[in-house]
Ligand binder design. Structure first.
Ligand SMILES: Cc1cc2nc3c(=O)[nH]c(=O)nc-3n(C[C@H](O)[C@H](O)[C@H](O)COP(=O)(O)OP(=O)(O)OC[C@H]3O[C@@H](n4cnc5c(N)ncnc54)[C@H](O)[C@@H]3O)c2cc1C
Length: 466
Protein backbone atom coordinates (compact mmCIF):
# COMPACT_ATOMS: atom_id res chain seq x y z
CA UNK A 1 0.00 0.00 0.00
CA UNK A 2 1.34 3.47 -0.81
CA UNK A 3 2.28 5.74 2.10
CA UNK A 4 -0.41 8.14 0.95
CA UNK A 5 -3.14 5.49 0.94
CA UNK A 6 -2.00 4.15 4.33
CA UNK A 7 -2.15 7.67 5.59
CA UNK A 8 -5.70 8.27 4.38
CA UNK A 9 -6.81 5.01 6.01
CA UNK A 10 -5.29 5.97 9.33
CA UNK A 11 -6.99 9.35 9.15
CA UNK A 12 -10.33 7.66 8.30
CA UNK A 13 -10.08 5.14 11.12
CA UNK A 14 -9.13 7.89 13.57
CA UNK A 15 -12.30 9.71 12.44
CA UNK A 16 -14.36 7.14 14.38
CA UNK A 17 -12.87 8.23 17.66
CA UNK A 18 -14.47 11.19 19.33
CA UNK A 19 -12.58 14.39 18.44
CA UNK A 20 -11.53 15.21 21.98
CA UNK A 21 -10.48 11.65 22.72
CA UNK A 22 -8.42 11.39 19.51
CA UNK A 23 -6.54 14.62 20.12
CA UNK A 24 -5.79 13.46 23.60
CA UNK A 25 -4.36 10.22 22.21
CA UNK A 26 -2.25 11.89 19.54
CA UNK A 27 -0.91 14.85 21.43
CA UNK A 28 -1.30 14.14 25.13
CA UNK A 29 -4.49 14.70 27.11
CA UNK A 30 -3.25 17.69 29.06
CA UNK A 31 -2.52 19.70 25.91
CA UNK A 32 -5.67 18.68 24.08
CA UNK A 33 -7.99 19.44 26.97
CA UNK A 34 -7.27 23.13 26.41
CA UNK A 35 -9.47 22.80 23.31
CA UNK A 36 -7.33 25.25 21.29
CA UNK A 37 -5.94 22.92 18.62
CA UNK A 38 -7.25 23.15 15.08
CA UNK A 39 -8.37 20.18 12.98
CA UNK A 40 -5.55 20.89 10.53
CA UNK A 41 -3.06 20.15 13.29
CA UNK A 42 -4.92 16.92 14.07
CA UNK A 43 -4.36 15.65 10.54
CA UNK A 44 -0.69 16.66 10.64
CA UNK A 45 -0.22 14.76 13.87
CA UNK A 46 -1.65 11.66 12.26
CA UNK A 47 0.64 12.09 9.28
CA UNK A 48 3.56 12.36 11.62
CA UNK A 49 2.66 9.06 13.27
CA UNK A 50 2.03 7.23 10.03
CA UNK A 51 4.85 8.44 7.78
CA UNK A 52 7.49 10.02 9.99
CA UNK A 53 6.83 13.37 8.32
CA UNK A 54 5.23 16.36 9.96
CA UNK A 55 3.83 18.62 7.29
CA UNK A 56 4.22 22.26 8.23
CA UNK A 57 2.53 25.06 6.41
CA UNK A 58 4.12 28.37 7.23
CA UNK A 59 3.62 32.00 6.39
CA UNK A 60 6.44 33.88 8.04
CA UNK A 61 6.18 37.62 8.64
CA UNK A 62 8.98 39.74 7.16
CA UNK A 63 9.78 42.01 10.07
CA UNK A 64 12.65 44.14 8.71
CA UNK A 65 14.97 44.77 5.77
CA UNK A 66 18.71 45.47 5.73
CA UNK A 67 21.39 45.93 3.13
CA UNK A 68 23.62 43.41 4.89
CA UNK A 69 22.77 40.70 7.42
CA UNK A 70 25.60 38.86 9.16
CA UNK A 71 24.53 35.51 10.62
CA UNK A 72 26.75 34.54 13.57
CA UNK A 73 28.59 36.86 15.96
CA UNK A 74 31.92 35.02 16.35
CA UNK A 75 35.32 36.51 15.42
CA UNK A 76 34.49 36.24 11.71
CA UNK A 77 30.95 37.56 12.09
CA UNK A 78 31.20 40.55 14.36
CA UNK A 79 34.22 41.86 12.47
CA UNK A 80 32.29 41.37 9.20
CA UNK A 81 29.37 43.36 10.61
CA UNK A 82 31.68 46.17 11.75
CA UNK A 83 33.30 46.27 8.31
CA UNK A 84 29.94 46.31 6.49
CA UNK A 85 28.63 49.13 8.66
CA UNK A 86 31.86 51.13 8.31
CA UNK A 87 31.60 50.69 4.55
CA UNK A 88 28.21 52.40 4.65
CA UNK A 89 25.71 49.53 4.66
CA UNK A 90 22.70 49.29 6.96
CA UNK A 91 23.77 46.16 8.80
CA UNK A 92 22.17 43.64 11.16
CA UNK A 93 24.24 41.13 13.17
CA UNK A 94 22.35 38.06 14.41
CA UNK A 95 23.67 35.72 17.11
CA UNK A 96 22.09 32.71 18.85
CA UNK A 97 23.83 33.41 22.18
CA UNK A 98 23.18 36.43 24.39
CA UNK A 99 26.67 37.83 23.71
CA UNK A 100 29.24 38.11 20.91
CA UNK A 101 32.62 36.46 20.43
CA UNK A 102 31.81 32.93 19.23
CA UNK A 103 34.32 30.31 20.20
CA UNK A 104 36.55 32.95 21.80
CA UNK A 105 33.95 33.73 24.49
CA UNK A 106 31.22 31.06 24.36
CA UNK A 107 33.86 28.39 23.74
CA UNK A 108 36.19 29.98 26.34
CA UNK A 109 39.06 29.73 23.84
CA UNK A 110 40.75 32.76 25.21
CA UNK A 111 43.80 33.29 23.04
CA UNK A 112 43.62 35.01 19.68
CA UNK A 113 46.25 33.35 17.47
CA UNK A 114 47.57 34.07 14.01
CA UNK A 115 48.25 37.82 13.98
CA UNK A 116 51.64 36.95 12.47
CA UNK A 117 53.76 33.84 11.90
CA UNK A 118 54.68 32.19 15.20
CA UNK A 119 58.25 31.59 13.94
CA UNK A 120 60.51 33.59 11.58
CA UNK A 121 59.79 35.19 9.21
CA UNK A 122 57.45 36.86 11.68
CA UNK A 123 58.22 40.55 11.21
CA UNK A 124 55.04 41.21 9.23
CA UNK A 125 51.83 41.53 11.22
CA UNK A 126 49.50 39.82 8.76
CA UNK A 127 46.23 40.76 10.48
CA UNK A 128 45.61 44.48 10.89
CA UNK A 129 42.64 46.77 10.18
CA UNK A 130 39.44 46.32 12.21
CA UNK A 131 40.68 43.13 13.98
CA UNK A 132 43.68 45.12 15.28
CA UNK A 133 41.33 47.89 16.46
CA UNK A 134 39.38 45.24 18.35
CA UNK A 135 42.53 44.02 20.10
CA UNK A 136 43.21 47.71 20.90
CA UNK A 137 39.79 47.91 22.58
CA UNK A 138 40.57 44.82 24.68
CA UNK A 139 43.87 46.45 25.70
CA UNK A 140 42.00 49.66 26.61
CA UNK A 141 39.63 47.65 28.82
CA UNK A 142 42.59 46.01 30.60
CA UNK A 143 41.51 42.63 29.17
CA UNK A 144 44.85 41.12 28.08
CA UNK A 145 45.73 37.94 30.04
CA UNK A 146 48.77 37.79 32.34
CA UNK A 147 50.14 34.69 30.57
CA UNK A 148 49.34 32.49 27.58
CA UNK A 149 50.82 29.13 26.57
CA UNK A 150 52.94 30.39 23.64
CA UNK A 151 56.65 31.07 24.08
CA UNK A 152 57.57 34.74 23.91
CA UNK A 153 60.67 34.53 21.70
CA UNK A 154 60.02 37.88 20.02
CA UNK A 155 59.37 41.30 21.46
CA UNK A 156 56.06 42.87 20.52
CA UNK A 157 54.18 45.64 22.25
CA UNK A 158 50.47 44.87 22.11
CA UNK A 159 49.66 47.98 24.17
CA UNK A 160 50.96 50.06 21.26
CA UNK A 161 49.29 48.13 18.47
CA UNK A 162 52.25 45.84 17.66
CA UNK A 163 50.35 42.57 18.02
CA UNK A 164 52.28 39.35 18.71
CA UNK A 165 51.42 35.93 17.28
CA UNK A 166 49.00 35.32 20.14
CA UNK A 167 46.99 37.52 22.51
CA UNK A 168 45.55 35.85 25.63
CA UNK A 169 42.45 37.69 26.83
CA UNK A 170 39.71 37.93 29.45
CA UNK A 171 36.50 36.63 27.81
CA UNK A 172 34.32 39.14 29.70
CA UNK A 173 36.46 42.02 28.39
CA UNK A 174 36.17 40.52 24.91
CA UNK A 175 32.36 40.48 25.16
CA UNK A 176 32.36 44.16 26.19
CA UNK A 177 34.95 45.16 23.56
CA UNK A 178 32.85 43.69 20.73
CA UNK A 179 29.68 45.34 22.06
CA UNK A 180 31.42 48.71 22.36
CA UNK A 181 32.60 48.49 18.76
CA UNK A 182 29.29 47.27 17.39
CA UNK A 183 27.48 50.15 19.11
CA UNK A 184 30.02 52.72 17.95
CA UNK A 185 29.89 51.56 14.34
CA UNK A 186 26.06 51.60 14.24
CA UNK A 187 25.59 47.86 13.65
CA UNK A 188 22.12 46.73 14.71
CA UNK A 189 22.23 43.68 16.91
CA UNK A 190 19.80 40.85 17.43
CA UNK A 191 20.81 38.36 20.12
CA UNK A 192 19.00 35.21 21.35
CA UNK A 193 18.14 34.43 17.73
CA UNK A 194 18.87 31.26 15.76
CA UNK A 195 19.17 31.72 12.01
CA UNK A 196 17.38 28.59 10.85
CA UNK A 197 17.67 29.06 7.12
CA UNK A 198 17.90 31.46 4.21
CA UNK A 199 15.02 33.21 2.49
CA UNK A 200 15.42 32.12 -1.12
CA UNK A 201 14.29 33.21 -4.54
CA UNK A 202 15.60 30.35 -6.66
CA UNK A 203 19.32 30.25 -5.93
CA UNK A 204 19.34 33.86 -4.74
CA UNK A 205 19.45 34.46 -0.98
CA UNK A 206 17.05 37.27 -0.11
CA UNK A 207 17.31 37.25 3.67
CA UNK A 208 17.20 34.89 6.63
CA UNK A 209 14.62 33.10 8.76
CA UNK A 210 15.14 33.43 12.51
CA UNK A 211 13.62 31.65 15.48
CA UNK A 212 13.59 33.27 18.89
CA UNK A 213 11.32 33.83 21.86
CA UNK A 214 9.42 36.16 19.50
CA UNK A 215 8.62 33.22 17.25
CA UNK A 216 9.59 32.60 13.67
CA UNK A 217 10.37 35.71 11.64
CA UNK A 218 11.91 36.56 8.29
CA UNK A 219 14.38 39.41 7.82
CA UNK A 220 15.14 40.53 4.28
CA UNK A 221 18.59 41.56 3.07
CA UNK A 222 20.36 42.47 -0.14
CA UNK A 223 23.40 40.41 0.92
CA UNK A 224 23.81 37.81 3.67
CA UNK A 225 27.15 36.91 5.26
CA UNK A 226 27.33 33.34 6.58
CA UNK A 227 29.50 33.57 9.69
CA UNK A 228 27.93 30.65 11.55
CA UNK A 229 31.23 28.76 11.52
CA UNK A 230 29.44 25.68 10.21
CA UNK A 231 28.19 27.28 6.99
CA UNK A 232 24.59 26.74 8.13
CA UNK A 233 23.08 29.27 5.73
CA UNK A 234 25.15 28.18 2.74
CA UNK A 235 24.36 24.50 3.32
CA UNK A 236 20.64 25.18 3.68
CA UNK A 237 20.71 27.33 0.55
CA UNK A 238 22.03 24.29 -1.33
CA UNK A 239 25.75 25.11 -1.52
CA UNK A 240 28.14 22.18 -1.85
CA UNK A 241 30.81 21.23 0.63
CA UNK A 242 34.48 20.86 -0.34
CA UNK A 243 35.49 17.23 -0.67
CA UNK A 244 38.73 16.57 1.13
CA UNK A 245 40.18 13.04 1.33
CA UNK A 246 40.53 13.19 5.08
CA UNK A 247 37.52 15.35 5.78
CA UNK A 248 35.16 12.60 6.91
CA UNK A 249 37.31 10.54 9.20
CA UNK A 250 39.65 13.17 10.45
CA UNK A 251 37.60 16.15 11.56
CA UNK A 252 39.54 17.97 14.23
CA UNK A 253 38.23 16.89 17.60
CA UNK A 254 35.90 18.97 19.75
CA UNK A 255 37.20 20.13 23.12
CA UNK A 256 35.47 21.42 26.24
CA UNK A 257 37.43 24.42 27.54
CA UNK A 258 37.23 25.30 31.23
CA UNK A 259 38.53 27.69 33.84
CA UNK A 260 40.05 26.73 37.17
CA UNK A 261 39.80 29.20 40.03
CA UNK A 262 41.65 29.40 43.34
CA UNK A 263 45.09 28.53 41.93
CA UNK A 264 47.92 28.74 44.47
CA UNK A 265 50.42 31.44 43.34
CA UNK A 266 53.20 28.90 42.73
CA UNK A 267 51.06 26.34 40.83
CA UNK A 268 52.57 25.39 37.49
CA UNK A 269 49.43 25.21 35.37
CA UNK A 270 49.75 25.71 31.62
CA UNK A 271 46.94 27.66 29.98
CA UNK A 272 45.77 31.25 29.76
CA UNK A 273 46.19 32.81 33.15
CA UNK A 274 44.69 35.90 34.78
CA UNK A 275 45.50 36.27 38.49
CA UNK A 276 44.64 33.02 40.25
CA UNK A 277 42.42 31.78 37.38
CA UNK A 278 43.53 29.77 34.39
CA UNK A 279 41.70 28.66 31.22
CA UNK A 280 42.64 25.15 30.15
CA UNK A 281 41.85 22.58 27.44
CA UNK A 282 39.52 19.88 28.83
CA UNK A 283 38.28 16.52 27.57
CA UNK A 284 37.93 15.99 23.82
CA UNK A 285 35.29 14.20 21.76
CA UNK A 286 35.31 13.02 18.14
CA UNK A 287 32.29 13.37 15.89
CA UNK A 288 30.19 15.55 13.63
CA UNK A 289 29.64 18.97 15.18
CA UNK A 290 26.57 19.55 12.99
CA UNK A 291 24.72 16.54 14.40
CA UNK A 292 22.61 17.34 17.47
CA UNK A 293 22.79 13.86 18.96
CA UNK A 294 26.58 13.84 18.68
CA UNK A 295 26.73 17.29 20.26
CA UNK A 296 24.50 16.14 23.10
CA UNK A 297 26.65 13.07 23.77
CA UNK A 298 29.78 15.23 23.57
CA UNK A 299 28.46 17.66 26.21
CA UNK A 300 27.40 14.89 28.59
CA UNK A 301 30.58 12.85 28.29
CA UNK A 302 33.08 15.71 28.49
CA UNK A 303 31.32 17.56 31.33
CA UNK A 304 31.09 14.44 33.53
CA UNK A 305 34.71 13.57 32.76
CA UNK A 306 35.94 17.08 33.48
CA UNK A 307 34.24 17.21 36.89
CA UNK A 308 36.02 13.99 37.89
CA UNK A 309 39.36 15.26 36.57
CA UNK A 310 39.13 18.46 38.58
CA UNK A 311 38.13 16.60 41.78
CA UNK A 312 41.18 14.38 41.32
CA UNK A 313 43.41 17.41 40.88
CA UNK A 314 41.99 19.01 44.03
CA UNK A 315 43.17 16.03 46.02
CA UNK A 316 46.80 16.59 44.95
CA UNK A 317 49.10 18.16 47.53
CA UNK A 318 48.83 21.96 47.60
CA UNK A 319 45.87 22.02 45.16
CA UNK A 320 43.00 21.91 47.69
CA UNK A 321 42.04 25.52 46.92
CA UNK A 322 41.31 24.98 43.21
CA UNK A 323 37.79 24.59 41.91
CA UNK A 324 35.98 24.32 38.59
CA UNK A 325 35.11 27.97 38.15
CA UNK A 326 33.56 27.90 34.68
CA UNK A 327 33.04 25.69 31.66
CA UNK A 328 32.50 26.88 28.10
CA UNK A 329 28.87 27.63 27.17
CA UNK A 330 29.18 24.78 24.69
CA UNK A 331 31.86 22.33 23.62
CA UNK A 332 34.32 23.89 21.14
CA UNK A 333 33.74 22.59 17.62
CA UNK A 334 36.86 22.97 15.51
CA UNK A 335 35.82 21.75 12.08
CA UNK A 336 32.62 20.99 10.20
CA UNK A 337 31.66 22.13 6.70
CA UNK A 338 34.04 23.88 4.32
CA UNK A 339 31.75 25.41 1.72
CA UNK A 340 32.75 25.03 -1.92
CA UNK A 341 33.60 28.41 -3.39
CA UNK A 342 34.96 29.81 -6.64
CA UNK A 343 38.42 28.64 -5.54
CA UNK A 344 39.44 25.90 -3.10
CA UNK A 345 42.60 26.76 -1.16
CA UNK A 346 45.01 23.85 -1.37
CA UNK A 347 47.69 22.49 0.91
CA UNK A 348 50.28 23.48 -1.73
CA UNK A 349 49.00 27.08 -1.70
CA UNK A 350 49.58 27.13 2.04
CA UNK A 351 53.06 25.55 1.94
CA UNK A 352 54.27 27.64 -0.99
CA UNK A 353 52.67 30.83 0.25
CA UNK A 354 50.84 31.39 -3.04
CA UNK A 355 50.06 35.04 -3.76
CA UNK A 356 46.72 35.69 -5.47
CA UNK A 357 45.67 38.72 -7.50
CA UNK A 358 42.36 38.72 -5.62
CA UNK A 359 43.92 38.52 -2.13
CA UNK A 360 41.61 39.83 0.60
CA UNK A 361 43.30 38.43 3.74
CA UNK A 362 46.45 36.60 4.82
CA UNK A 363 46.74 33.50 6.99
CA UNK A 364 50.02 33.03 8.86
CA UNK A 365 48.97 30.66 11.63
CA UNK A 366 50.77 27.30 11.60
CA UNK A 367 48.72 24.34 10.33
CA UNK A 368 48.55 20.62 10.97
CA UNK A 369 50.54 18.81 8.30
CA UNK A 370 51.61 15.16 8.25
CA UNK A 371 50.64 14.82 11.90
CA UNK A 372 52.70 17.80 13.11
CA UNK A 373 52.37 21.52 13.71
CA UNK A 374 53.79 22.97 10.50
CA UNK A 375 55.32 26.47 10.60
CA UNK A 376 55.38 28.39 7.33
CA UNK A 377 58.72 29.41 5.89
CA UNK A 378 56.99 32.50 4.49
CA UNK A 379 55.04 35.29 6.17
CA UNK A 380 51.64 33.82 5.31
CA UNK A 381 49.56 32.63 2.39
CA UNK A 382 46.94 34.71 0.62
CA UNK A 383 43.21 34.10 0.98
CA UNK A 384 41.67 34.87 -2.42
CA UNK A 385 38.28 36.56 -2.59
CA UNK A 386 36.95 33.63 -4.66
CA UNK A 387 37.23 31.36 -1.58
CA UNK A 388 34.64 33.57 0.15
CA UNK A 389 32.00 33.27 -2.57
CA UNK A 390 30.02 30.00 -2.59
CA UNK A 391 29.28 28.28 -5.88
CA UNK A 392 25.69 27.92 -7.01
CA UNK A 393 24.22 30.38 -4.49
CA UNK A 394 23.89 34.10 -5.10
CA UNK A 395 24.04 37.08 -2.73
CA UNK A 396 25.82 35.10 -0.03
CA UNK A 397 29.37 35.70 1.25
CA UNK A 398 31.29 33.36 3.57
CA UNK A 399 33.19 34.54 6.64
CA UNK A 400 35.34 32.85 9.28
CA UNK A 401 36.09 29.16 9.35
CA UNK A 402 33.58 27.91 6.73
CA UNK A 403 35.45 29.30 3.69
CA UNK A 404 36.39 27.21 0.68
CA UNK A 405 39.56 25.33 1.60
CA UNK A 406 41.10 21.90 1.91
CA UNK A 407 41.75 20.72 5.42
CA UNK A 408 45.35 21.88 5.91
CA UNK A 409 44.94 25.51 4.87
CA UNK A 410 41.68 25.51 6.82
CA UNK A 411 43.63 24.45 9.93
CA UNK A 412 45.67 27.61 9.53
CA UNK A 413 42.95 30.09 8.55
CA UNK A 414 40.53 28.94 11.26
CA UNK A 415 42.66 30.63 13.97
CA UNK A 416 40.75 33.60 15.29
CA UNK A 417 43.22 36.19 13.93
CA UNK A 418 42.76 34.79 10.42
CA UNK A 419 38.99 34.36 10.91
CA UNK A 420 38.77 38.06 11.81
CA UNK A 421 40.81 39.14 8.77
CA UNK A 422 38.51 37.06 6.56
CA UNK A 423 35.49 38.61 8.31
CA UNK A 424 36.86 42.07 7.55
CA UNK A 425 36.99 41.17 3.85
CA UNK A 426 33.54 39.53 3.84
CA UNK A 427 31.91 42.55 5.48
CA UNK A 428 33.47 45.00 3.03
CA UNK A 429 32.49 42.77 0.08
CA UNK A 430 28.89 42.43 1.30
CA UNK A 431 28.53 46.19 1.79
CA UNK A 432 29.97 46.95 -1.64
CA UNK A 433 27.76 44.38 -3.36
CA UNK A 434 24.67 45.78 -1.61
CA UNK A 435 25.53 49.38 -2.36
CA UNK A 436 26.38 48.98 -6.04
CA UNK A 437 23.72 46.31 -6.54
CA UNK A 438 26.10 43.73 -8.01
CA UNK A 439 26.19 40.05 -6.97
CA UNK A 440 29.25 39.28 -4.80
CA UNK A 441 30.53 36.94 -7.54
CA UNK A 442 30.78 39.87 -9.97
CA UNK A 443 32.27 42.39 -7.58
CA UNK A 444 35.16 44.58 -8.74
CA UNK A 445 37.88 42.98 -6.62
CA UNK A 446 40.33 45.84 -7.15
CA UNK A 447 37.75 48.22 -5.67
CA UNK A 448 37.22 45.80 -2.77
CA UNK A 449 40.96 45.69 -2.12
CA UNK A 450 41.09 49.50 -2.16
CA UNK A 451 38.28 49.62 0.38
CA UNK A 452 40.08 47.11 2.61
CA UNK A 453 43.34 49.06 2.36
CA UNK A 454 41.47 52.25 3.30
CA UNK A 455 40.43 50.38 6.48
CA UNK A 456 44.08 49.43 7.14
CA UNK A 457 43.83 45.73 6.25
CA UNK A 458 47.16 44.05 5.45
CA UNK A 459 47.16 42.66 1.89
CA UNK A 460 50.87 43.11 0.99
CA UNK A 461 49.50 45.14 -1.92
CA UNK A 462 50.43 48.71 -1.15
CA UNK A 463 53.34 48.59 -3.58
CA UNK A 464 51.45 46.67 -6.25
CA UNK A 465 48.52 49.10 -6.18
CA UNK A 466 50.68 52.21 -6.21
C1 LIG B 1 38.77 23.70 21.24
C2 LIG B 1 39.25 24.75 20.28
C3 LIG B 1 40.48 25.33 20.47
C4 LIG B 1 40.90 26.35 19.62
N1 LIG B 1 42.08 26.99 19.87
C5 LIG B 1 42.31 28.17 19.27
C6 LIG B 1 43.36 29.03 19.74
O1 LIG B 1 44.07 28.71 20.68
N2 LIG B 1 43.52 30.22 19.09
C7 LIG B 1 42.76 30.59 18.02
O2 LIG B 1 42.95 31.69 17.49
N3 LIG B 1 41.78 29.78 17.55
C8 LIG B 1 41.52 28.60 18.18
N4 LIG B 1 40.49 27.80 17.74
C9 LIG B 1 39.79 28.11 16.48
C10 LIG B 1 38.79 29.25 16.57
O3 LIG B 1 38.22 29.38 17.85
C11 LIG B 1 37.67 29.13 15.54
O4 LIG B 1 38.12 28.58 14.35
C12 LIG B 1 37.10 30.53 15.29
O5 LIG B 1 36.44 30.95 16.45
C13 LIG B 1 36.21 30.56 14.08
O6 LIG B 1 35.54 31.80 14.03
P1 LIG B 1 34.12 31.92 13.32
O7 LIG B 1 33.64 33.30 13.56
O8 LIG B 1 34.21 31.40 11.95
O9 LIG B 1 33.20 30.85 14.10
P2 LIG B 1 32.76 30.73 15.59
O10 LIG B 1 33.77 31.25 16.54
O11 LIG B 1 32.34 29.31 15.74
O12 LIG B 1 31.50 31.69 15.68
C14 LIG B 1 30.28 31.37 15.06
C15 LIG B 1 29.19 32.19 15.75
O13 LIG B 1 27.97 32.00 15.09
C16 LIG B 1 26.95 31.66 16.03
N5 LIG B 1 26.04 30.78 15.31
C17 LIG B 1 26.31 29.57 14.78
N6 LIG B 1 25.25 29.09 14.13
C18 LIG B 1 24.28 30.03 14.25
C19 LIG B 1 22.96 30.10 13.77
N7 LIG B 1 22.44 29.14 13.01
N8 LIG B 1 22.22 31.19 14.08
C20 LIG B 1 22.75 32.19 14.85
N9 LIG B 1 24.01 32.17 15.32
C21 LIG B 1 24.77 31.10 15.01
C22 LIG B 1 27.69 30.99 17.16
O14 LIG B 1 26.96 31.05 18.37
C23 LIG B 1 28.98 31.79 17.20
O15 LIG B 1 28.86 32.94 17.98
C24 LIG B 1 40.08 26.75 18.54
C25 LIG B 1 38.86 26.12 18.33
C26 LIG B 1 38.44 25.15 19.19
C27 LIG B 1 37.10 24.53 18.99
Amino acid sequence: MSEDKKNRQVVKSQGNIGRREFMGAALGGAVASGGLLSSVKTVSAVEQTATGVYREEMRTPIVARYQVIVAGGGPGGFIAALAAARSGAKTLLIERYPFLGGNGTAGLMTCYNGFRNQRPPEALQTVKGIPAEYIGEIVRLGGVADADPYAKEFQHDVANGDIPYCVGFDPEAAKVASLNMVKKEGVELRLHSWVVGPMLDGSRVTGVIVESKSGRQAIAADIVVDATGDGDIAARAGASVVKSPAAKSDLLRMTLMYRLGGLPPDAKEGGIRIGNRVVKWGPAFSGDGTDVETLTRAEIETRLKLWEQVQKKRSQPGMGSIYLMQTATGIGVRETRHILGGYVLTVQNAIQGTRFGDVVAISSNPMEYQGKRYFFKHEGFDIPYRALVPQGVENLVLAGRCISAEQNPFWSARAMGGAMAIGHASGCAAAMAAKVNVPPRKLDVKALQKLLLSQNAELRMQKRMG
